[in-house]
Design a protein around this ligand. Structure first.
Ligand code: PBG
Length: 330
C-alpha cells in the first residue's frame, strides 16, 4: 500500500508556497516582448478616448510621442502604429502619402526620441479607402495584384520615414514579396517585415474598426482574410510568407487561435508574434468592469496562455497596464 502511494505523484509538493511555484514556473512574459499598438489621427490636438476600447486613445503626433515616452518609462520599447487620415479616397492614397500621418509620426520620433524605440507600422489600405476594404476595389471586387503596388509604396514611405519594421495586414497574396522587393530595390535591406501571415476574418476586430473608422462599406473581408474553420491553411500562409521574405510571422487574433500558434511554433523557426486584438481586449475590460473577473489576474492569464502556446512577441493593448502592474509588484 505504502509502495503504491509513494509511486503516485504528489504534484502538490511543488505548489506548496509562492516561492516554489515561482521556481518551477514554465512560462514568463517579459515586458520587452510586448508590442503596444498606437492610433495616430490627423487633425486632432487632444487624445480622443475610444469608447469601445476603454483606456485606449487616438493621439495627435505630439500626443503619441508623449504616450510612447510614458510607455517607455514602464519598459515598453516596441510600438505598432496605425494611422487615421483626415480624408479618404478610393485608392487609399493617404496610406502612401510621404507626408501622411504615420509617416509624420515616424519622422518625428526619429528626430526627437533618443531612446531605443522600435517602430513597427501597419501596412494596409482600409483606414484610407472610402469603401473600407484593404485593397483596390473594382466592381465590388477587391483586386489582389492591383493592390500589391500600393502596399509596396506604403511600406516604402514608412521605411523612408524611419520605420524599423513594416507589418503588412491586408492579406493580399504575395504582399510580402512585393514589399520585400520594393524595400530592397530602394536600399532598405535592413527594414524588417512582420507579416500578418495567418490573419483570420474575425468578429473580434469590431472595436478596432470603430477606433479606426475602417469597417468595410459593403460586404466583408472573407475573400481575403482566412476562414476560421481552417488550420492547415494557416500553415500554408505562414510558409508562403517565409518564402517571400517575412522576418517575423504572426497569428491573429490570439486567444481563439492558440492551436494555430502552437502549430506554427513547432513547424517554423521564425520569431512568432500573436496579436491579442481589440475584441479580446474589450471583452476582458467589460467583464472586469462588470465585476465578473479580476482584471489583473485575467489579463495575466490570457497573455501567459498566448506565450505558453508559443508566441515570442505579443501585440496587445494591455501592454501598458501589464507593465504598470509589474512595476508596482517589484
Ligand atoms: C487592418 C487591421 C485591422 C486590425 C489590424 N490591422 C482590422 C481589420 O482587418 O479589419 C485589427 C486589430 C484589432 O482588432 O485590434 N487591416
Amino acid at each position: 500500500m505504502l509502495e503504491t502511494r509513494r509511486r503516485v505523484s504528489r504534484f502538490r509538493r511543488l505548489r506548496k508556497k509562492p516561492a516554489i511555484r515561482e521556481l518551477v514556473k514554465e512560462t514568463t512574459i517579459e515586458i520587452s516582448s510586448l508590442v503596444y499598438p498606437l492610433f495616430v489621427k490627423e487633425g486632432i490636438e487632444e487624445p480622443e478616448p475610444i469608447p469601445s476600447m476603454r483606456g485606449i486613445f487616438r493621439y495627435s503626433v505630439e500626443g503619441a510621442l508623449e504616450e510612447m515616452a510614458e510607455a517607455n518609462e514602464l519598459g515598453i520599447n516596441a510600438f505598432l502604429i496605425f494611422g487615421i487620415p483626415a480624408r479618404k479616397d478610393d485608392m487609399g492614397s493617404g496610406a502612401y502619402d510621404r507626408n501622411g500621418i504615420v509617416q509624420r509620426l515616424v519622422k518625428r520620433v526619429r528626430e526627437n526620441i533618443g531612446w531605443d524605440v522600435i517602430l513597427a507600422t501597419d501596412v494596409c489600405l482600409c483606414q484610407y479607402t472610402t469603401h473600407g476594404h484593404c485593397g483596390v476595389v473594382e466592381k465590388n471586387h477587391v483586386k489582389n495584384d492591383e493592390t500589391l503596388e500600393l502596399l509596396a509604396l506604403t511600406a516604402l514611405s514608412h521605411a523612408e520615414a524611419g520605420a524599423d519594421i513594416v507589418a503588412p495586414s491586408a492579406m493580399m497574396d504575395h504582399q510580402v514579396a512585393a514589399i520585400r522587393d520594393a524595400l530592397d530595390r530602394e536600399g532598405f535591406t535592413d527594414v524588417a517585415i512582420m507579416s500578418y501571415s495567418a490573419k483570420y476574418a474575425s468578429a473580434f476586430y469590431g472595436p478596432f474598426r470603430d477606433a479606426a473608422y475602417s469597417a468595410p462599406r459593403f460586404g466583408d473581408r472573407r475573400s481575403y482574410q482566412m476562414d476560421f474553420r481552417n488550420a492547415r491553411e494557416a500553415l500554408k500562409e505562414i510558409q508562403a510568407d517565409i518564402q517571400e521574405g517575412a522576418d517575423i510571422i504572426m497569428v491573429k487574433p490570439a486567444l481563439p487561435y492558440l492551436d494555430i500558434i502552437a502549430h506554427a511554433r513547432r513547424l517554423f523557426n521564425y520569431p512568432l508574434a500573436a496579436y491579442n486584438v481589440s475584441g479580446e481586449y474589450a471583452m476582458l475590460k467589460l467583464a472586469a468592469e462588470a465585476g465578473l473577473v479580476d482584471e489583473q489576474q485575467a489579463v495575466n492569464e490570457v497573455l501567459t496562455a498566448i506565450k505558453r502556446a508559443g508566441a515570442d512577441v505579443i501585440i496587445t493593448y494591455h501592454a501598458k497596464e501589464l507593465a504598470r502592474w509589474r512595476k508596482r509588484c517589484s
